[in-house]
Design a protein around this ligand. Structure first.
Ligand code: SAM
Length: 225
């Protein structure tokens, strides 16, 4: 039920503490906004500042129900549309503005081969890295935000036996490669050896729309063109 009753607090600190407690309990943002008289943007900034990354929920169940999308068919036209965002493996919409796992899945399948090396220099919560693991590609990923890399490392940390995966390399089961994730700046990748990457599959930040950190240096989501 949504409560229209606003509550009064003495200080902004008290309001923020109460909002964080509501978030921890899973109260929807709409209800929090109405109860505390704050905007969605205010809640988003508070979470980003307190957690060090922009996430929609403080507790997300990562119980894996399946390791692959049901009835998956590769996209065949230039207009891609997915009925659901996709919640196989550890995928969820928790990381704000992350991409649907159908996108890197299609890109990786179309433009790389099994065992090849895929780079994502805007790792976020690790959607591309998870898909690399599920599709038998080697994955490396960087993000400017250490907290995002921590989350992504939790997301790629699941057990997958190659026999459980739907894709095979010819008749053979896929070899599974654990993705390598680390903090890094997409603008400085000169340490990567020339011609060592087979595919770049990366999803840039939305300039000054969704902020991924509380203005951390180098975070391009604060960039104003
Ligand atoms: C749109 S998000 C990527 C989301 C990701 N595709 C996913 O599904 O979780 C963009 C990411 O770029 C990161 N970022 C911003 N500036 C960066 C930089 N200079 N180098 C590397 N990553 C950066 C942000 O921290 C954010 O995680």
């Amino acid at each position: 039920m949504v409560s229209n009753q606003k509550v009064s607090f003495k200080t902004e600190g008290e309001i923020q503490e109460a909002i964080l407690q509501e978030k921890a309990r899973g109260t929807p943002d709409l209800e929090i906004g109405q109860k505390y008289g704050v905007t969605f943007r205010y809640i988003e900034r508070l979470i980003t500042r307190s957690q060090g990354l922009n996430i929609s929920a403080l507790k997300v169940s990562k119980e894996i129900k399946t390791l692959y999308p049901k009835n998956f068919k590769e996209e065949q036209t230039t207009v891609w549309s997915f009925k659901q965002r996709g919640d196989w493996a550890t995928h969820s919409g928790e990381y704000r503005g992350n991409w649907s796992p159908y996108i890197p899945r299609n890109v990786i399948l179309k433009y790389s081969n099994v065992g090849e090396l895929v780079l994502d220099y805007f790792c976020g919560a690790g959607t591309t890295a998870v898909e690399c693991k599920l599709l038998g590609r080697k994955g490396i990923a960087f993000d400017i935000n250490d907290k995002s890399i921590e989350l992504a490392k939790r997301n790629v940390d699941f057990n997958a036996l190659s026999q459980q995966l739907t894709f095979t390399d010819g008749e053979k089961h896929l070899q599974i490669y654990e993705p390598e994730l680390s903090v890094g700046d997409a603008r400085e990748l000169s340490f990567i050896e020339d011609n060592s990457i087979d595919l770049i599959c990366a999803h840039p930040p939305y300039a000054n729309i969704i902020h991924y950190t509380d203005s951390k240096e180098g975070d391009l989501s604060w960039h104003i063109s």
